[in-house]
Design a protein around this ligand. Structure first.
Ligand code: GLU
Length: 286
């Protein structure tokens, strides 16, 4: 059996909150329990939304809380760089492979076009189902001249009607229907930013990750990512999704909940020990 390699992968678009602390705590625990390594990766793909100050704050908060990693932007390691904005060449080559395999096609639809064409409302934060307006017939090139199209997203052609199943370490058997639960998703954005789905597969594979621990909100993304692994002929890691943490009104914690950020709690006098106790409580009740 391969030696365990886990990872924590925050996106620096805001301050970390208790939900992140819980997920990363579980990730650290599982890596330790397996006698394996933990990798820290900064997922700063989107130059408009990601900020260096949040990347620094995330590392600082997690160290303060008592989370330690073996490889990462601050300590290097055999798979450096551990910063997604420095890995675009690799992502570009993966996109090239998917294009060659006939599984990536250019799409001219704007977000608004897709939203308006979607027959069902999409889940909050999830991509609306692509109507497939630009999807060429299998084996055929794009239906329009890409060079003269100003805003082209590249989409992954999902196998409509196929159910993508996996066994989650926390939530058990999962299954999502391609073309129904999710549609042709974006691999590369028109403003030259790779998508999370593409980058995360490239990195988890390249960094030798054996188990992905992350929030429950990404269960459906796992199905999308499994299709990319398969398309590239790569072995996928196993997955363990963590229950989401909610605020006192039952709303899922988000970065906009600044008052519930680890920093705000620290500033209000919480000690690392008290927050660790809170996180353990959450883990046990989850
Ligand atoms: N970067 C993502 C986040 O902060 C996590 C992605 C993942 O773990 O696959 O929500």
């Amino acid at each position: 059996m391969k030696a365990y390699r886990g990872r924590i992968a925050p996106t620096p678009t805001g301050l970390l909150h208790l939900g992140h602390a819980q997920t990363f705590w579980i990730a650290q625990h599982r890596a330790r329990q397996a006698g394996g390594k933990l990798v820290y990766r900064t997922e700063d793909l989107d130059p408009q939304r990601c900020k260096a100050e949040f990347a620094d704050a995330a590392q600082d908060d997690l160290k303060w809380l008592g989370i330690e990693w073996d490889e990462g932007p601050d300590r290097g390691g055999p798979f450096a760089p551990y910063i997604q904005s420095q890995r675009f060449d690799r992502y570009r080559s993966i996109l090239g492979q998917l294009k060659s395999a006939g599984l990536a096609y250019p799409c001219r639809c704007s977000r608004k076009d897709v939203r308006e064409a979607a027959s069902a409302p999409h889940e909050k934060g999830d991509e609306p189902l692509s109507p497939g307006t630009c999807r060429p017939p299998l084996g055929q090139a794009a239906a329009f001249d890409i060079e003269s199209a100003p805003r082209v997203n590249w989409r992954f052609r999902v196998p409509d009607g196929e159910s993508v199943a996996f066994e989650d370490g926390r939530f058990g058997s999962q299954s999502f229907l391609a073309g129904d639960d999710f549609g042709d998703f974006i691999l590369w954005r028109h403003d030259d930013v790779p998508s999370y789905q593409l980058a995360v597969v490239a990195d988890d594979h390249d960094m030798g990750i054996t188990e992905v621990v992350r929030g429950e909100d990404l269960l459906k993304c796992t199905a999308r990512q499994l299709l990319i692994y398969r398309a590239l002929g790569l072995e996928a890691p196993v997955f363990y999704h963590c229950p989401l943490v909610t605020d006192p009104d039952g709303q899922r914690l988000a970065k906009r909940h600044n008052s519930l950020s680890l920093q705000a709690m620290r500033n209000a006098g919480a000690t690392a020990k008290s927050l660790r106790a809170k996180v353990s409580e959450l883990v046990e009740s989850g």
